[in-house]
Design a protein around this ligand. Sequence first.
Ligand SMILES: [Mn+2]
Length: 380
Amino acid sequence: MEEWFKAGKYLARRIVWEIVLGCFEACVQEESLHEVVLQEGMTCDVIGDTHGQYYDLLHLLTLTGKPSEKHCLLFNGDFVDRGSWSVEVVLTLMAWKWLLPRSVLLNRGNHETKDMNKVYGFEGEVKHKHGELTYKLFAHVFTALPLATLISPTLTPTPKALASAVAKSQAPILSPEGRMRYFVTHGGLFSKDNVTLDDIRSIPRIGKQPGNEGLMCELLWTDPQETEGRGPSKRGVGIGFGPDVTRRWCTLNGITGILRSHEVRQGGYAIEHDGLCTTVFSAPNYVDQSGNKGAFVRIDAHGEREYTTYDAVPHPPMKPMAYAGAMGMMRSPPFMDQPHLVGSRGASAINSLYKLTKFSGNSLVTFFISFCCQEKSLAG
Ligand SMILES: [Mn+2]
């Protein structure tokens, strides 16, 4: 399949459907909060956004190694959109999931949703490569992906493991059994305190889009913020949650640390909130222009964390968002989910324009495209 994809060829539709349905069968049996138990000798790599950067994914897989009984790979959402090989990325992940369902874990991201796919390229790409019905199948199967994964090491934490995950001044937060454990989700925490792991486990998800509020939306969309408490989201969806919110939630649920993705970090990862919240982003030189590293985190059966970072590799001359049509841009605010691309001023201007106009006619689309380009150069 890899050779086939690298040659620029498309799989037969029948095979695509078998892979996607194989993934569905595996995911639909998992709870909305899936759990991975790490026995002695096992490791789990947590991988952040890959966003259709197929050549970077292939490079990443040489660093993580292939999944096996002893080595899990957890992809923490946003496999598709933006990069123009989203079909190749998601089919690779889904094929692995079908083949090794217990060793390959796929969390849903805010881009495994209809609204985002319409604007950021995946819908157009699938329609171009495999037809409209195939897109509908993908969109449904995305709803079967778990919303979060709990990584539960089974061995007593060693001093080295604790040092890898806990800020020096703080006592470690452990599970009720005295083990380290990690909560992995694409976005982050909630607009209210007191959300338990059982609440997350019982979120109904099959056939559902995350919408604009509620636990599913917040898991997929929120971002950590430096200031205490909660604040408005810079994206217009979800909220910002402060270090005190993270500490309260981890204490309530016996969680040693949150691992989340969803935002680019220049070094590939960033440890925030006194070590309790770590962002991992795995698309290096994001959309061919961010200049960031990619990263993944390896967790072992003691709970020790180890980080690997890497740079982008060359890819064939195809621009990001090559399949994102202007029609798509008419239905949802462009750049709403990644304001750093246009600057916060640009993003909020675009969002309010969107609300005011609700779009009509091609001239507005043309205006939007030129507006985005102008703002981007202003934002540097
Ligand atoms: Mn995201």
